[in-house]
Ligand binder design. Structure first.
Ligand code: PDD
Length: 285
């Protein structure tokens, strides 16, 4: 099955796709992106992802040429052509091509590109036992609520995680207050209350977080949006992360400190099950 790319209307095998050197996405990281999960050949929460994509574009002054409807049609078409049932759709738009000394490019056409690639399921043992994490200082720019291409601090944090045999880096500010994961949102369970940081501009408003917060409220869990330090996080009864690929995933270890009994806790397990039920409700089987 081919992994396919779509760049300004042209479809190629993923690794044959090309964009020009002078694209300001390449030169300056001037662009924003989305990552959607495909279940049974259908992208999940596509409208919510498009809401965020449009918000991100507006924040960095990119005006798309295509409507939301046209973009979704292209996504669906590319997924169908790839024949993948379970996959990742990556969608990106940049400011376009033009001279390096002209950062506003008033006449440039934004470069829209996307790809569909295989997304392996989360390892069974990670699902059951949770994953290892490390704490890394959050030294990103002041606008991490924009899903921008500027992921250098996130990627460096991921490298530190990898070097420590950890699945994710949990970012914390200079006062030790947790912001989010390098590519996920972070939650703590204290007794029976689920706590996560408010979307205060210092974190990305995750689509998985959005869906899960609805589930949490509909099912009567105790829930609070609040701040917590890395030390408080290490003492939580359960810790978990969410993102499009990992869905709801337990954390069993932070910097070598075992969380709870070191396995996926009961509230995390329940939330994962409810999340999958929600996926199955939206996706036609
Ligand atoms: N990243 N926080 C950050 C910094 C992220 O990069 C992501 C997702 C999330 C969770 O968002 P969502 O639930 O919408 O996936 C939170 C994606 C997966 C990525 O960069 O590939």
């Amino acid at each position: 099955m081919p992994e396919l790319a779509w760049v300004n209307g042209e479809i190629t095998d993923l690794y044959d796709a090309k964009v020009p050197f002078m694209d300001h996405g390449y030169l300056f990281g001037y662009g924003v992106y989305e990552a959607l999960k495909v279940y049974n050949g259908q992208p999940f929460s596509v409208e919510e992802h498009m809401d965020r994509f449009e918000r991100s574009m507006k924040e960095i002054r990119i005006k798309p040429e295509l409507s939301r409807k046209e973009t979704i049609e292209i996504i669906n078409d590319l997924v169908a052509k790839s024949e993948y049932q379970d996959a990742l759709v990556y969608l990106q738009i940049t400011r376009g091509v033009g001279p390096r000394n002209n950062p506003s490019l008033p006449k440039a056409k934004p470069t829209l590109s996307m790809f569909v690639a295989y997304l392996p399921p989360i390892d069974d043992s990670f699902r059951q036992n949770g994953v290892k994490t490390v704490i890394v200082k959050d030294d990103r720019w002041a606008h991490p609520h924009i899903k921008s291409l500027n992921l250098l601090p996130n990627i460096l944090a991921k490298q530190i995680a990898e070097e420590n045999d950890a699945f994710e880096a949990i970012l914390a500010d200079k006062d030790g207050i947790v912001t989010e994961g390098a590519s996920s949102n972070v939650y703590a369970v204290f007794k029976d209350t689920i706590v996560t940081r408010p979307t205060d501009g210092r974190i990305l408003s995750g689509i998985t977080r959005l869906v899960l917060c609805k589930i949490i409220q509909q099912n009567g869990f105790n829930y609070k949006e609040d701040y917590f330090t890395t030390e408080q996080l290490k003492e939580a009864d359960e810790v978990f992360i969410t993102n499009t690929g990992a869905e709801v995933l337990a954390v069993s270890d932070i910097d070598g400190t075992k969380i709870g009994n070191g396995l996926c806790g009961p509230i995390t397990k329940k939330l994962y099950d409810l999340f999958i039920q929600e996926v199955n409700r939206e996706i036609r089987r």
